[in-house]
Ligand binder design. Structure first.
Ligand code: ZN
Length: 176
């Protein structure tokens, strides 16, 4: 299945290999209980309220959320031209269809997984609130900054490390 305008967590502008929301293997993972789809949906609703509180945007209904395999997500994101060595995204938001696709690897038993859902929901709220950005980098930068704020509020001292990104990569996400 091809998604015409897919918006994936990490932006294309993030240097290759830096993102795609894979958590470094070295990160000590807290081991919570995987969430059911209903619990994940409740988390999405909480995230939407949190984002609205931070931004002053209106809350909206959560998007349709669908689970896909990693290779299906890679095909959506790269348009079927993915090589065997290119990591696919763990989540992406299809802005035309208002569908949020999640990798079946995400089970939402870690703050990292939960923050990936938050990041994609920022894109849903950007679209739903008609927020216009001059460029993709700015749109992506806002999603990352909110994701990082959320992780900090949840006790993560170094969210950049958790996400495998550097602070300078995130602050570089501004319009050229
Ligand atoms: Zn994004």
């Amino acid at each position: 299945m091809m998604v015409t305008v897919a918006h994936a967590t990490p932006g294309m502008s993030v240097p290759a290999g830096a993102a795609l929301h894979s958590v470094p293997d070295t990160w000590p993972m807290e081991s919570g209980v995987p969430k059911s789809a209903a619990e994940r949906d409740r988390l999405a609703d909480e995230h939407i309220r949190w984002i609205a509180g931070k931004t002053g945007w209106k809350t909206v209904a959560r998007p349709q959320i669908e689970t896909r395999s990693e290779s299906e997500l890679a095909t959506m994101f790269f348009g079927g031209t993915t090589g065997s060595d290119s990591a696919g995204p763990l989540a992406l938001y299809a802005r035309e269809q208002h569908v949020l696709f999640l990798s079946d690897r995400l089970v939402f038993n870690t703050l990292s997984d939960e923050s990936i859902l938050l990041h994609e929901l920022v894109h849903h709220l950007q679209v739903a609130n008609g927020i216009h950005f001059e460029c993709r980098e700015a749109e992506e930068g806002q999603a990352y900054r909110l994701q990082i704020d959320w992780l900090k509020e949840h006790g993560i001292q170094d969210p950049y490390r958790m996400l495998g990104l550097s602070e300078s990569e995130i602050s570089a996400l501004v319009c050229p």
